[in-house]
Design a protein around this ligand. Structure first.
Ligand SMILES: [Zn+2]
Length: 215
């Protein structure tokens, strides 16, 4: 493990700053969080993109959201094949152990992952189509979405595909038996959101309208 280095000093300084202020002022609350364990009300599946700030847009504190992030906020179909499935594991834990009341998929504007999927599906990203590309393989989950947005005018197609990343994830969640059971029992509700980073807007999927409507 010789390749592991000490943290850069700017991060060390930031940590000490947090400990001297936020932590010092709320020490008892942090200790209670540690002792009581977590009881988050919601799980959020969002993109890794550093501009997507789930806790900030909902004003959420520690302990409120069980958050899983991956490229393009995708949930793969249920596949109990013995392989390593990080996203499916997080969903299983949130639904069956934490018993979250809400499962939220959050997509976003200017998503590089969605753009990559579009490039791959239009033959402009051969590197993503290689068998060894983890990114390409992962973005393949969104391929059915590319077919669905084929008729959308070009200027709106990427946004439409970003929203498909949410819809496909919601559809794939329904292939997990424990998700289906939790929904049928009324233990949990499913939600689809898409945020416009530049405009600070949030839209939700409306099943009746079969589309996204502003909040
Ligand atoms: Zn993204």
């Amino acid at each position: 493990m010789d390749h592991v280095r000490p943290l850069p000093s700017y991060l060390v300084q930031r940590f000490h700053g947090w400990r001297a202020t936020t932590y010092a002022e709320n020490g008892a609350w942090y200790r209670r969080l540690a002792e009581d364990g977590q009881r988050p009300r919601a799980m959020v599946i969002s993109c890794c993109d550093s501009r997507v700030h789930v806790t900030s847009i909902f004003g959420a504190d520690q302990g409120e959201f069980f958050i899983h992030r991956n490229i393009a906020n995708l949930v793969p179909p249920y596949a109990p094949d013995g392989d390593h499935h990080g996203t499916s594991a997080a969903v299983e834990y949130a639904v069956t152990t934490l018993k979250v009341a809400h499962l939220i998929v959050l997509g976003h504007s200017q998503c590089g992952g969605v753009l990559g999927c579009h490039a791959m599906c239009t033959g402009q990203a051969p590197e993503l189509e290689r068998e060894t590309s983890f990114v390409g393989k992962w973005l393949g989950i969104l391929r059915p979405g590319f077919e669905r947005v084929a008729g959308v005018p070009e200027a709106e197609r990427i946004t439409a595909l970003e929203r498909e990343s949410v819809i496909i994830s919601l559809e794939n969640l329904m292939t997990f038996p424990f998700v289906k059971t939790a929904l049928a029992d009324g233990q949990m509700t499913l939600h689809g959101l898409w945020t416009d980073i530049g405009e600070g807007r949030l839209l939700q999927y409306d099943a009746a309208a079969r589309g996204f409507v502003p909040l």
